[in-house]
Design a protein around this ligand. Structure first.
Ligand SMILES: [Zn+2]
Length: 261
């Protein structure tokens, strides 16, 4: 894309953001990759290197929660590597630009597929983590969340202080239903949404993929921010072809200058 057509695309996207009533963003692995967190799939991906986690992970947890927890806190292996990588990562200018859009009252709500906590660390407030948050634990009975570092792991599985239910890591395992509170929040906000930024995700993993499709089918605008074309590209009114850490700060500037004009 030439520089001038890219500037036009950014300005067009900024206009959509300003003119829409309820703007949302959906983010995926791409925005975290820019913070040094490897994706799960593809070259250099965690699962490519260490093998995919079992497709029946949730079933296995329910059958033997102690063993699942021991695997989780094992100081070697993929869980440990993910933990260390996430702890060392910092939010990047893409995360910060989304906070700026929220502060400007442009961005109303965000759905992330990432479990790395980087959006919260950057300062995002109105956020649903549809695949959970790897720094939290969650009671599978009452859905209370607790910081992992404050969860006692002396006895496994940990027990919920509120209801005595079984506590697992908040990250949603394969085969585990999306926590109903999070799913309901995503659905309610998407029902109101007339413009969605789709950032760093090919939007192919359901149920997350259903949200941009719903926005599009109800006549809303999709804006893609992704260095690569993806399955969602044909549905998008504008595609900003570049890393989100580069594109989103430019989008914030474009919104500011249009508003100031
Ligand atoms: Zn509980």
């Amino acid at each position: 894309m030439s520089e001038s057509s890219q500037a036009e695309a950014i300005e067009q996207a900024a206009r959509f953001l300003i003119e829409s009533r309820y703007v949302m963003a959906m983010t995926g692995a791409g925005i975290s990759v820019e913070s040094g967190i490897p994706p799960f799939r593809g070259p250099g991906g965690l699962w490519t290197t260490y093998g995919e986690p079992p497709m029946n992970g949730y079933q296995r947890f329910l059958e033997n929660p102690k063993a699942a927890w021991e695997e989780r806190i094992n100081p070697t292996g993929p869980s440990a590597i993910l933990r260390e990588t996430v702890a060392a990562a910092e939010p990047n200018p893409g995360h910060e630009a989304l906070v700026a859009l929220e502060d400007m009252d442009i961005l109303q709500f965000m759905i992330t597929q990432n479990v790395d906590n980087l959006h919260r660390r950057a300062g995002s407030r109105n956020l649903a983590e549809i695949h959970g948050n790897s720094t939290l634990t969650r009671c599978i009975q009452c859905a209370s969340r607790y910081p992992l570092e404050e969860t006692s792991l002396d006895v496994l599985p940990p027990v919920c202080p509120k209801c005595n239910g079984m506590v697992k890591i908040d990250t949603v395992a394969f085969g585990e239903p999306i926590p109903p509170d999070v799913l309901a929040q995503c659905q309610q906000t998407t029902n109101r949404c007339d413009c969605m930024l789709v950032i760093g995700t090919s939007a192919t993993v359901f149920p997350a993929a259903a949200f941009p499709i719903q926005v599009c089918e109800s006549g809303g605008v999709l804006i893609e921010v992704n260095p690569y074309e993806s399955d969602i590209t044909p549905l998008c009114m504008v595609s900003l072809r570049g890393p989100s850490g580069d594109m989103l700060p430019q989008l914030v500037s474009a919104v500011q200058s249009l508003r100031g004009a």
